[in-house]
Ligand binder design. Sequence first.
Ligand code: C5P
Length: 298
Amino acid sequence: MDAGTQAGTWLAPAKINLALHVTGRRADGYHLLESLAVFTRFGDRVEIEPAETDRLSISGKYAPAVPADDSNLVVKAREALRREAGSHATPPVAINLEKNLPVASGVGGGSSDAAAVLRGLVQTWRLDIDDAELARIGLSLGADVPMCLAARPLIARGVGDEISAVEGFPALALVLVNPGIAVCTPEVFKALASRDNEALPPLPGKLDFHTIRNWLEATRNDLEPAARAIQPAIGEALKALRKADAGFARMSGSGATCFGLFETGNVAKRAALDIRRRHPDWFVAATRSMEADAHGQD
Ligand code: C5P
């Protein structure tokens, strides 16, 4: 049976938590969050093509930092979807993951890779699976996978899995900076001083650089103080962004990647060059956030 032989490449964008409030904790230990997240044009790339046997290869700058075995979320995503497909044929595929995003860095790299594989394989295998079902499969792989499947400006609640799209959110010029350290997410959650913080304030009616920056000033990333206590280099990344005139700078997710918000793409690019010159060992990327679905096949 020909179940489809479509090859293609899918973007696995970086997820940036512009704001992240920790509002409670569930009985199973997972934290309740409210987060405004956007996704960037810069990310990993997932290439899928038909093959004789299932294969995973990994290329790109951060390839050495991720395992190419069954513990990789990409393989777990492939197998979770295969189980869901039931009797529908799911022929072997060769997947290449181009790992451009630093690992364990607060930008959802692994989750976004898993989301791109789910999206890619639904097309490759021509599966009849709707978005809600895909989000359920995604959640079984990680709390951030459903939002990475949505890959558009959104507010996430629950453990990150209850998603409301934000309409009319403009593309933002961003610089991402990681001082070359991996952060262990559970360790950061464990170190939180407070878990019952207030919800996000309502978004402004008019959404532009200035109103968003003002709104951000009234919000937090509740994980930032705990992550900075564990990894003080996060403070250095934030300092470098502010020194490069970021209109706003904050840590994303559980860190250590920080983002700076800039008024234009050119200013962001100049800032990135400046930071890279001062810190040649750091990960520094100037990029833009996506206004709508960031996943699209290349
Ligand atoms: O779901 P995922 O495996 O990506 O989460 C990694 C870890 O982060 C979890 O094991 C948990 O310790 C912590 N976490 C949490 N609350 C969330 C998301 C993650 O406590 N909403």
